[in-house]
Design a protein around this ligand. Structure first.
Ligand SMILES: [Zn+2]
Length: 120
């Protein structure tokens, strides 16, 4: 699958911070990573890629533009996305250093416990 030019950067509202890379549709995660690496020269692995849903909302009454809400529920106005959320990446990099799974944590996780499930 060729995703050339299909991956977009999502930037913080009224800021410059890069929040995520996304493409519309639930696309192949490997192809998505390949495109991010080629286009933006950022290195991530498939572990960081999620399939989710997003929707656009107006910024405000008298303001142009739209904001995108990532990680919303599937439903009216929502469309499928493939995304690397840099906040999630940050969290994942923390979980990667843990030997045991953090109690009550349900997010994406690559701690040693979770990885041992994947490996076995
Ligand atoms: Zn874990």
């Amino acid at each position: 699958m060729d995703l050339q030019g299909k991956v977009e950067k999502v930037i913080e509202f009224e800021g410059y911070t890069l929040l995520s890379y996304m493409a519309r549709g639930h696309v192949d995660k490997g192809a998505f990573i390949a495109e991010v690496q080629q286009e933006f020269e950022d290195e991530y692995t498939v572990d960081f890629v999620e399939h989710g849903f997003a929707r656009f909302v107006p910024v405000g009454k008298d303001m142009p533009g739209q904001m995108i809400i990532l990680h919303c529920e599937r439903g009216r106005g929502a469309f499928p996305i493939t995304v690397i959320d840099l906040e999630t990446v940050h969290l994942l990099k923390i979980t990667e250093t843990l030997e045991e799974h953090p109690e009550n944590y349900n997010g994406l996780c690559i701690c040693q416990t979770c990885r041992s499930y994947v490996d076995s």
